[in-house]
Design a protein around this ligand. Structure first.
Ligand code: TRP
Length: 450
C-alpha cells in the first residue's frame, strides 16, 4: 500500500503545501475583522501566543501521526492503534474536511464570479445589494460552485507531485506578491491611517474570555487543524524533514499573510469612510463598493486592484480546498482500492451535492432550517465550533497518551539527529500531553455555552 506512494519533493514543498492549506478565506475575510473588533494589537499578541503554545502542539501532533505512518487518516489510526476504536477518529476526520469543502467551494464560487465581474465590467457605482442579490439567485452561484469544485478536483486528480505540489509552488509566492501589492496601494490611499490604527491600537479591555475563545477558534480554522488535512499532507513528508521547523514555518507564513491581508483591507475600508463588518459582507460587499467608487475617481486603477484582489482570493481558496479534497482522495485510494480518478469523481459528486444545498440555502432553500440554522450556517458551525476542536482534542490525546513517547521523540528529533529539537523535546511533549487538551476543552465548553 505504502509502496508507490508519492512524496513532496522537498521540505520547502511540504511547507508551501501546508501553508497553502492554512492560508485561505480564513486569513482574508475573518482575521482582519476579528483583530479590529477585539482590541487590535492586544488581540494580535494573544493570537500569536495561542498559535505558538496551543495550535502548534496540535499541528505537530497531526504531523507526527501523518509522517510516522505515511498513511491517510484512517490507515494511520489502524497502523498505530490496530483494532481499536481510534479508527472512528480516522473516519471522522475524513468526513469533516469534506463538509468544510462543500461550503468552502460555494464561497470559492462567489470569488470566481466577482473575479469575472472585475475583469468583464468592473463594479462601477455598485450598491451594497449587489452581493445579496447575487447569492440568492439559484443558478449563477451554482455554476460558480461547480466551476470552483471542478478546478479543485482537476488539481487533485493530477496527483500529489504534479498536481498539488506544482500548484502550491507557483501559487504561494504569487499570493504573497499580490497581497503585498494590494497592501501598498491600500495604505497609500488618503485617509488610510485610521484603518492602520484600527489594527494596531492595543485595547486590552476588549480581551474578554469569549474574545480569547474566538481567537482560538480562528487559529484552528486558519491553520486547518483537527480534521486531518495537516495529517494527510504530512504523510507525504520525507523522513529527513524537520517537523518542528516545518510547523513553525507553516504557522509563521499563515500569521504573516493574515497580518498583511489586514493591512490590505482595513485601510481601504476606512479610506472609503465605511464601518468594517464581518465575514462575507466585508470582502463581497464593502470592497466591491470601494473598488467601484475608485473606478470613477481613479479610473482604471480601482479596476486593476479589484481584479488582483479577487484573483488572490480565488487562488488562496484553491490552495486550501485541494488540501481538504486530498484527505478523502487518499483514503479512497489507499483503503478502498479505488483509482485516483474514481476517488476524485466520487468526492466530487458528494461535495457538489452538499455544496449545492449550501448554495441554495441563500435563496430558494432559505426557509429550510437544521437546528435553527440554514444549511450553509449549519455546516459552518458544525465544523468550526465542534468538529475541529473535537478532532484536535483527539489528535493531541492520541499523541500525548496513546502513542509511545519514544516514537514521538523519534519523529520530532529524527532519531536524535536534530540537535535543537532534541533539546526542546521535553517542553514540546509537555504541551502536547497536558496543556493542549485542557485548553481545547476550555474552548469547547465556551463554544457550547455561547
Ligand atoms: N485554513 C483555511 C483557511 O484559512 C481553510 C482550511 C483548509 C481548513 N483546510 C481546512 C479549515 C481544514 C478547517 C479545516 O481558509
Amino acid at each position: 500500500m505504502a509502496s508507490g506512494r508519492e512524496n513532496f519533493g522537498s521540505s520547502t514543498a511540504a511547507v508551501l503545501a501546508m501553508a497553502g492549506s492554512a492560508i485561505g478565506l480564513g486569513n482574508i475575510w475573518r482575521f482582519p475583522y476579528m483583530v479590529g473588533s477585539n482590541g487590535g494589537a492586544a488581540y494580535i499578541i494573544v493570537y500569536l501566543l495561542l498559535a505558538i503554545f496551543l495550535s502548534l502542539p496540535i499541528l505537530l501532533s497531526e504531523t507526527i501521526i501523518g509522517r510516522s505512518t505515511a498513511s491517510n487518516t484512517f490507515g494511520a489510526m489502524e497502523k498505530l492503534a490496530p483494532g481499536t476504536r481510534w479508527k472512528w477518529v480516522g473516519l471522522l476526520t475524513i468526513v469533516s474536511p469534506l463538509i468544510i469543502l462543500s461550503y468552502y467551494s460555494v464561497v470559492g464560487g462567489w470569488s470566481i464570479e466577482f473575479l469575472w465581474k472585475s475583469v468583464a465590467e468592473g463594479f462601477g457605482e455598485t450598491s451594497p445589494e449587489l452581493f445579496g442579490g447575487f447569492i440568492s439567485r439559484p443558478w449563477a452561484p451554482l455554476v460558480c460552485h461547480t466551476l470552483f469544485l471542478a478546478l479543485t478536483a482537476g488539481i487533485v486528480m493530477a496527483g500529489v507531485k504534479s498536481g498539488i505540489e506544482k500548484f502550491n509552488n507557483i501559487s504561494m509566492p504569487l499570493l504573497f506578491v499580490l497581497i503585498i501589492v494590494i497592501m501598498v496601494y491600500s495604505i497609500s490611499l488618503p485617509g488610510a491611517s485610521e484603518g492602520v490604527e484600527y489594527l494596531v491600537k492595543p485595547d486590552f479591555s476588549k480581551l474578554t474570555p469569549s474574545a480569547i475563545a474566538s481567537a482560538m477558534g480562528q487559529s484552528f480554522f486558519s491553520l486547518s487543524l483537527g480534521v486531518g488535512t495537516i495529517l494527510t499532507y504530512s504523510s507525504y513528508m520525507k523522513k529527513d524533514a524537520d517537523i518542528l521547523a516545518s510547523g513553525f514555518g507553516t504557522a509563521a507564513f499563515d500569521l504573516l499573510f493574515a497580518l498583511i491581508a489586514g493591512f490590505a483591507i482595513m485601510p481601504a475600508v476606512f479610506a472609503a469612510g465605511i464601518e468594517p463588518g464581518a465575514g462575507p459582507g466585508l470582502i463581497f460587499e464593502t470592497l466591491p463598493y470601494i473598488f467601484g467608487t475608485m473606478v470613477s475617481s481613479w479610473a482604471a486603477l480601482g479596476r486593476i486592484v479589484s481584479i488582483l484582489f479577487f484573483l488572490t482570493i480565488v487562488v488562496a481558496a484553491l490552495t486550501s480546498s485541494i488540501s481538504m479534497y486530498e484527505v478523502g482522495a487518499a483514503y479512497l485510494v489507499e483503503e478502498r482500492g479505488m483509482s485516483r480518478r474514481k476517488a476524485v469523481a466520487l468526492i466530487f459528486c458528494g461535495t457538489w451535492l452538499l455544496g449545492a444545498l449550501c448554495s441554495l440555502s441563500f435563496g430558494p432553500l432559505s426557509g429550510f432550517k437544521l437546528f435553527g440554522e440554514t444549511i450553509f450556517n449549519f455546516c459552518d458551525k458544525l465544523t468550526s465550533n465542534f468538529l475541529m476542536s473535537f478532532g484536535s482534542m483527539l489528535f493531541v490525546i492520541f499523541v500525548g497518551w496513546k502513542m509511545k513517547k519514544s516514537t514521538v521523540r523519534e519523529e520530532i528529533t529524527n532519531g536524535g539527529k536534530l540537535k535543537f529539537s532534541s533539546k526542546i523535546f521535553g517542553v514540546v511533549y509537555f504541551f502536547i500531553r497536558y496543556i493542549a487538551p485542557v485548553a481545547i476543552l476550555a474552548i469547547f465548553i465556551t463554544n457550547l455555552l455561547a
